[in-house]
Each structure stands twice: as structure tokens, then as C-alpha cells.
Design a protein around this ligand. Sequence first.
Ligand SMILES: *[C@@H]1O[C@H](CO)[C@@H](O)[C@H](O)[C@H]1NC(C)=O
Ligand SMILES: *[C@@H]1O[C@H](CO)[C@@H](O)[C@H](O)[C@H]1NC(C)=O
Ligand SMILES: [Zn+2]
Ligand SMILES: [Zn+2]
Length: 442
Amino acid sequence: MIGLFPVQLALALGLLLAAGAAAAEPASLAGFLRQAEGIDDWLMSTRRTLHAYPELLFEEHNTSATIRRTLDELGIPYKFPVARTGLVATLGSGQPVVALRADMDALPILEEGDAPFASTKPGVMHACGHDAHMAMLLGAARLLKGMEAQLKGTVRLLFQPAEEGGAGGDLMVKEGALEGVKAAFGMHVWPTLPSGTVASRAGTIMAGATQFQATMRGRGGHAAMPHLTSDPVVAAAAGVGALQALVARETSPFDSAVVSVTRLQASDAFNVIPDQVKLGGTVRANSDEGMSRLRRRVEEALAGVAAAHGCTVEVDWMQDKLPYYPPTQNDPHAYKFAMDVASRLVPSPAQVAEAEASMAGEDFSFIGRAVPSAFIFLGIRNETLGSVHGLHTPRFTLDEGVLKLGAALHTALASEYLEQWHVRHGSGSNGAGDGAVAREEL
Ligand SMILES: *[C@@H]1O[C@H](CO)[C@@H](O)[C@H](O)[C@H]1NC(C)=O
Ligand SMILES: *[C@@H]1O[C@H](CO)[C@@H](O)[C@H](O)[C@H]1NC(C)=O
Ligand SMILES: [Zn+2]
Ligand SMILES: [Zn+2]
């Protein structure tokens, strides 16, 4: 049997090569990159302005005003407000409608470093690159405006608030930002990938995430007389240990999940056993099923441990404060389409890669639930420039040379999507190839 493999492999390769040779060379999209290079200075100064005036979730009033002013200058109409501080701009007209998304909020972090455009607000910082996301989408707005007459449909630009815990993406969807939209694309700058890399993956690219706070209640008393108490500290400590088994012993090694306890609050005194202990943390998984199983098991494990120690426990999932983010799942066709567009855009095929999934949460997931979509990582790691620090850290910086690639990719995704949609839906276009069948669903 083993001896057959090389023959089969050679046959398969031969067929692949023949198919490749027969197919027409797909048109290059490098023109979009050249156009974006032409507005590189503008992209950079737009990003720097946004970076200098960061605002926290649902407080993006000035950020939103800056975006609206820029759209006004470009002559692009928009609807405001959507999801409180967000807005939706429109280019082109008619069917189909494709959406591009950027997030607007910053983080409660004190910026370190001495960039001339550093945050002017102590304790607030664009440490997740959302300033770059907005600049890239505004860049796409500018390029798409220049070719609006040739657009074969409508491009909707979503500027959404409150990605960092406020589920602004969910609110955008609920307020109708995706009505009539056939497909959506979003990007995130990614400091573990080399500058200029475009990476994504089919299926789950970012985890579902939820936060919890549990209150372990017992009977407090003098620390010298523990036999007269039901000690919630010992119960909580056992609870922390029990939670570790949910991933280590109950989750398939082929699945990804995280349970981290990050907060523990007991008594302030050295000689008092408190009545209650609070423990909190985060639960993450790469599927909806994984998330609901873990949530149920966190409650069961803590309740069992509490009972064993003569205590009771209450688990609060804090939906009003820190809403649940579902896993970000890329539609396989949208993913394939995005990677095809990216490889026709970038100068070197090595720049397009399959991404490793991340256990961070992302509220683009709400958009991905509503319409077929793809979320794409854009590498910004550049040792020369020092853009090597992680997202959500005070020294985070990015390689601004990537802004033009992001703007060009947004532009190419939108205009190619509209083009290909008409090819698929126009007369005499029902091609029999695999690609045509696969793309039919996008
Ligand atoms: C709002 O942003 C603009 C830049 O677009 C800046 O000039 C202005 O000072 C900011 N205002 C406040 C109150 O931060
Ligand atoms: C890093 O930045 C430098 C300076 O802008 C640039 O010359 C170089 O090409 C960048 N490296 C990568 C991998 O993009
Ligand atoms: Zn973030
Ligand atoms: Zn982010």
C-alpha cells in the first residue's frame, strides 16, 4: 500500500498542475496597493490624530466627530448615531451590499514611550490598535470614493464603539447596521506576526469569552477558633483548584479552552475568618458548545466544593457589565475569498498565511453571527521599529507602514466582492468549477 503513495501523489500533483495551467491567471490587485501608497502620509497623520485623543468604550464622542469630519471632507454620507457613538457610512448604490468594519475605543492604560503623537489623556491609550483600524477604514473610504462610479453595488463602512468589553458590535447589529448586507470583513493589527503578513483561518479565529464573579459564603469568626466557623477562604481555595480540572480533565485535548481565576478577595485582617470570599475570572472556549458546557461546569464545581465545606456559592456572569462574546467564526467561503484577494494584492505570496487562533475575545463575532464574514490579522511586528510589544500593554506600538496595506485590503475586498457577486449572479455565469460552486454560498 505504502508503495502506491508516490504514484498517487504524482498523479494528483499532475492534475493540479494541469488545472492550474488551464485556468486563466487571476488578475492582480496590486493597483489598490499603489493607490494606498499614494495616500500613505494622510493615513499616518489620520492615525496619529486618533491616537493622540483616545476615548474609552461608549465615550468615543470626539473620535466619532473626527471620523465624521473626515467623511464630510471626502463627501461621503453616513448615518449617525448608530450604537450611541458609532456610525455607518455608505458608498456606491444598489445590490449587493458588503460591509467593512473598524472599532473605535481605547483602553484604560497609561501610555509609556515618547512618541510625539502619544496619548494626550493620561490613563487612556489606543493599546489595541483601533486607531489604526479606523485610519485604514478611512483610507478605504477615500480610495473607494475615487472609484465610486465603478462600484458594482454598495459598500457600508461600520465604525463601531465599545469593542473592549461593551459589545458595541452587538449593538450595531441590533440597530440594523447589517440590514441587507451579504458579507462583512474586519481586520485586527497583530503584533506576533511580521509586518505585512495577512493571516486568517477558516472556522474559529478568536475565542468566546465571558467573565464571572463568584461569592463563597460561610460563617466567619475568630481565626483562633476555626471549628466554630464554616471557612469560605478554605472553600474558595479548594474552588480555585477544582476549576483547573475543567480544562485539564474535561476538555478534549483537541479543543481549546481557558478557565483563569484572576481575582480573590477575602478578609483584610490576619485574625478574622470572613463571612464571604469573592473570586472572579474568565472562561473562554472556541465553540458555543464549549462555552455553555464550561459555564455550567464552573457553577457545578463551585457548588460541589462549597457544599463540601459547609458553605454556599453564587456565580454571577455579569452580563450587564461585561457581556458574553461568542467565538469569532469565519465563514469558510468568506475566508477563502479574503485569502484569494489578499494573495492577489500583496507583492510576495509569503505574506499570506494561515493564522493561529487566539484565545482573546473579539466582538466582530456578533457580525460573524449575523452574516458570512471573515476576520483577518494584519502583522505589525517590526524589530527595527520596536513594534514588538503585545496588545493591551503600555508600550504597544505599531508599524505604520502597514496602514496602506490595510486600506488597500479593505478596498480590494469590497470592490472584488461586488464584482464577483455579479459574475456569480449574472446571466451565463453558472460556471461548473469547484470555485464557482463554493463561492455560490458567499
Ligand atoms: C478632539 O480631536 C481633535 C482631533 O481630531 C483635537 O484637535 C481636539 O483637541 C480633541 N478634543 C478633545 C476635547 O479632546
Ligand atoms: C520595518 O521597518 C523598516 C523601517 O520603516 C522597514 O524598512 C522594513 O521594511 C520593515 N520591516 C518589515 C518586515 O516590514
Ligand atoms: Zn483589545
Ligand atoms: Zn482590539
